[in-house]
Each structure stands twice: as C-alpha cells, then as structure tokens.
Design a binder for this molecule. Structure first.
Ligand SMILES: *[C@@H]1O[C@H](CO)[C@@H](O)[C@H](O)[C@H]1NC(C)=O
Ligand SMILES: *[C@@H]1O[C@H](CO)[C@@H](O)[C@H](O)[C@H]1NC(C)=O
Length: 214
C-alpha cells in the first residue's frame, strides 16, 4: 500500500473515532487562560502548578434567574468556568425553567447532550435533518433521561405547574450554542430581509418585524 493510501485510511479511521472532542494525550491539560498561544482547545497550565480547585466548580445548586423573554436560564459548566475540563470532551449545564418557560430551539455544533429532569415536567424534542425533518418528542417526568444527538435542533418547555430544573451533560468541553431565532433573525449585521422572506415564505415586513425583536 502506498503511503498516500495509508494516510487516507488513517484520516477515515480518525474521523470515525473522533466524532466529538479528540481524546487527551496525557492525564490532564488544565487550561491556562492567560496563554497568548492559540490552539485547538486551550494551552495546558504547567502540571506542577495545577491545584485541586482547577477541577472544581461550585454553585450548580443555585437557581438561575428566569425573569427574561423565554422564561429559562442555562448555567453552563464548560471549560470557560472549569479549566480542568480542557481536552476531556465533556461538560454540563443546569437549566432552570419558570412555569411555561422554554429553552428555545438551538443546536450544539460540537456535542451530543444527555439531559435528566431533577424537578418538574418538560416537553422536549429534536428535529432530524433534511429531507425528513421529523420531530422526535417526549414528555419527561422527574428522573427521566433524554438524549439530543449532536448537531440537531432541539428544545425544552416547562409544562408542569411550578418551576422545573434539568441537569444535562454534553460531549464537548466547549459544546457551543446556536440559538436558531437569534442566529437567523438577530445576526450582526442582519441577513438581508429578502433572503429571509424567501426562505420563510413570508412578506418582507414580517421579517423586519421579527428582526426588530432581536
Ligand atoms: C441567568 O441567571 C444568572 C444568575 O441569576 C443571571 O446573572 C443571568 O443574567 C441570567 N441569564 C439570563 C439570560 O437571564
Ligand atoms: C432577575 O432578573 C430580572 C430582570 O433582569 C431583575 O429585574 C430581577 O431583579 C432579577 N432577580 C434576582 C433575584 O436577581
């Protein structure tokens, strides 16, 4: 086999094995937020200077403030809040919901999400890719666990009587969030109105009206 072919095979194998964050090559690589060096991920702090606190985040027992337009609040614990997560391919969030609050349709470009309901009752769902665009949806009670596959648009809504709380884990140290409404109607600068009018099959004034809210 030629070297070229072997290299090609390695690329294929890697892309299958590393569908999410790549595997670490050492015990840990605590992020050094002060490093000016830019890499895929964050530069490692000198392991001799690493402290137990680099692996600790406190406060996920604290409710987020849900007094906002959507009635929910996401408290993220990813590599930005917990430097010890660097290179480990995992993170978590707490999601608080006011009654009827929603976590608006969004996608994580780099992570699958597994969510459990700690308190309350949620309607959750995700939509499969084109051409089916099938909505896969479920009502979750306390203790139920649901998975949102990597990259797919998903949402949650509190359909219980009081507040709701969920905890979710994500398969990236930095999953990223693209909130569909904000990305499409609130980009900076705006996507031209005639493009959105055609895409959504509505009058351009409807587009301007929605854009004005973001
Ligand atoms: C979420 O809650 C935190 C803590 O109460 C608050 O600082 C933050 O502004 C809230 N975020 C939103 C989007 O309401
Ligand atoms: C929650 O956020 C709202 C809107 O920003 C604010 O008016 C309110 O004081 C906040 N509540 C708490 C407990 O911080």
């Amino acid at each position: 086999m030629s070297h070229f072919l072997i290299f090609g095979l390695m690329l294929v194998t890697c892309s299958i094995a590393f569908a999410s964050d790549p595997s670490p090559l050492q015990d840990f690589c605590v992020a050094d937020p002060k490093s000016p060096v830019l890499v895929n991920g964050l530069v490692c702090k000198d392991p001799k200077l690493v402290q137990a606190n680099d692996f600790l985040f406190r406060g996920l027992n604290i409710m987020g403030n849900t007094t906002n337009a959507v009635g929910s609040n996401v408290t993220a614990v990813n590599v930005a809040q917990l430097p010890g997560l660097n290179t480990l391919g995992i993170s978590m969030v707490r999601i608080d919901f006011a009654p009827m609050g929603i976590n608006a349709p969004h996608t994580h470009p780099r992570a699958t999400e597994i969510l459990t309901v700690i308190e309350g009752r949620l309607l959750v769902g995700f939509v499969t890719s084109n051409p089916e665009n099938r909505l896969i949806s479920k009502v979750l009670e306390e203790g139920d666990v649901f998975v949102f596959p990597e990259g797919l648009i998903h949402f949650q809504q509190n359909i219980g009587h009081g507040n709701a709380v969920a905890i979710a884990a994500l398969s990236s140290q930095n999953p990223g969030v693209i909130t569909i409404a904000n990305a499409v109607f609130g980009s900076n600068p705006d996507i031209p109105g005639d493009i959105l009018a055609k895409a959504f099959q509505v009058d351009i004034n409807v587009v301007y009206q929605i854009q004005s809210k973001f």
